[in-house]
Design a protein around this ligand. Structure first.
Ligand SMILES: NC(=O)c1ccc[n+]([C@@H]2O[C@H](COP(=O)([O-])OP(=O)(O)OC[C@H]3O[C@@H](n4cnc5c(N)ncnc54)[C@H](OP(=O)(O)O)[C@@H]3O)[C@@H](O)[C@H]2O)c1
Length: 440
């Protein structure tokens, strides 16, 4: 992989530069290490300073010069020789203050910090523009998948109106394992934690926060209007059961955590993250384990799907290094670098509340195995303008209970919630086990 990078045209441009470009790294963890190792192949890029939290930590990096390591990240952002600061710490503070200080000090920024972009993107990009500096973040949305630069450059002539994506490797790994092993969420989570695919506190991934941060920024650049993270509907995967996986398989679907963003003809945006039954006819149903994928629809391009590694030391470093090289190749050649990669929108998107959206649903219900139960479910739906695409009843072993699986036609979320309320108060219904939206 490293040889390929050194053979590309960026390298030729960089080779021709007279002076070394000095960069500063803040963070030398998973991504920072990959960036450090990859940059060793570029003679004209010098890593002048690296900030970490703990200087004494043992690091498995060959040839690492301990003399350039500091535990004060302000030494990096205040160093007058450094031209590009790469923030690979994560979280909101001190990352935000470090980036703003670096910009104030005349540096361009590369970051992989999705949370910061989702929560403070507007402030950050305005500040960078006011100081005529660029902030690039290819690694923040889908790790190694080239996405931001393609959307901002070669797809710039498109009106993108739909994105469906798998943006979190941990949850996709868990769902794939649940599917292939028939195992429960808890069992697979434990295994994923032991293998290092899930963190000790997995909340950020399994509750959909990570995917929500990513789709917020992705939808903002795709639609050219600002999406606020607070308006992004979010549901995680913790309630998905092995039985739902099996039912989905029997009906020709896979369950995936889908980050989606749609812009309707009136310019209203619907941005959300939640589990979905994805038909086997669609590409996203076949994206397994830690792989990520983004399907987008635009005019004139049509439908495009990009897939690849959404995280990891080297895939993520690939995007970070690409951003560093994009900036480095223009330094000293123009006063206004990378105009297409800058933030050009200021308008907030008008958002559609989830209750007003239309969806298809999968419902799993446990009920008494008695006459008329199916009819009551059908009536509750009919009374609330919901048509059913299928309803299947299976007797469970005792013979006293039945599992009823329902797939609806497109209907309003608001109406579906009314039906759930009716079913929860029906004496013949033991419980509504699951309600999962179905991708069409
Ligand atoms: N991991 C991935 O695959 C991946 C993929 C896409 C995007 N990202 C994003 O990339 C960023 C970095 O992730 P990561 O996985 O590399 O994290 P990580 O392994 O936890 O590394 C974080 C690094 O930041 C350093 N650090 C923490 N606080 C600091 C401070 N106050 N001053 C200076 N250094 C500090 C740590 O120092 P010590 O080493 O001394 O602890 C460590 O080197 C995050 O924004 C993350 O969301 C990660």
């Amino acid at each position: 992989m490293l040889n390929l990078i050194t053979n590309n045209s960026f390298y030729a441009i960089l080779k021709s530069m007279e002076n070394k470009i000095k960069i500063g790294l803040i963070g030398l963890g998973t991504v920072g290490s990959g960036v450090y190792k990859t940059l060793q192949n570029f003679d004209n890029i010098e890593i002048a300073k690296i900030a970490v939290r703990n200087k004494n930590k043992k690091r498995n990096i060959e040839g690492l010069d301990e003399n350039i390591i500091t535990d004060d990240p302000y030494e990096v952002v205040n160093d007058p020789e450094i031209q590009i600061v790469t923030e690979l710490v994560g979280g909101l503070e001190p990352a935000l203050d470090l980036i703003k200080t670096a910009i104030k000090n005349g540096k361009h920024i590369v970051t992989a910090n999705k949370e910061l972009l989702a929560k403070h993107g507007e402030e950050l990009f305005k500040f960078a523009e006011a100081n005529n500096k660029v902030v690039l973040y290819e690694a923040a949305i889908a790790g190694g998948i080239p996405l931001i630069m393609p959307i901002k450059t070669i797809l710039a002539g498109n009106k993108i109106n739909k994105i469906k994506a798998i943006l979190n490797g941990t949850t996709n790994y868990i769902l794939t394992k649940m599917d292939t092993q028939g195992a429960s969420y808890d069992e697979v989570l434990k295994e994923a934690q032991e293998l290092g695919y899930a963190e000790a506190d997995p909340t950020g991934d399994v509750e959909g926060f990570d995917a929500a941060y990513k789709v917020t920024t992705l939808a903002t650049i795709a639609f050219g209007k600002r999406i606020k993270i607070d308006n992004v509907y979010r549901e995680g995967i913790t309630k998905i059961r092995a039985e739902d996986m099996q039912a989905a398989n029997e009906m020709g679907y896979k369950i995936k955590l889908i980050a989606s963003a749609e812009m309707d003809e009136d310019g209203k945006a619907d941005v959300r993250v939640h589990p979905m039954l994805v038909p086997l006819t669609q590409t996203l149903a076949h994206i397994n384990y830690v792989t990520n994928a983004v399907s987008l629809s635009g005019h004139p391009v049509g439908d495009v799907t990009l897939s690849g590694p959404g995280a990891g030391e080297f895939p993520t470093a690939s995007s970070v290094v690409g951003d560093i090289l994009a900036i480095a190749s223009e330094l000293g050649k123009t006063d206004y670098l990378l105009p297409m990669m800058r933030c050009h929108h200021s308008e907030n998107a008008q958002m559609i509340d989830i209750s007003e959206t239309k969806n298809k649903y999968y419902l799993s219900i446990t009920a008494q195995n008695s006459m008329g139960v199916i009819g009551r479910i059908g009536k509750a739906c009919e009374d609330n303008n919901i048509s059913l695409a299928s309803i299947v009843q299976k007797e469970v072993s005792s013979g006293k209970a039945a599992i009823i699986t329902v797939i609806t036609e497109l209907c309003r979320e608001k109406d579906m919630q009314k039906v759930i309320n009716i079913l929860n108060n029906d004496n013949a219904i033991t419980q509504v086990n699951s309600l999962i939206r179905v991708q069409i």
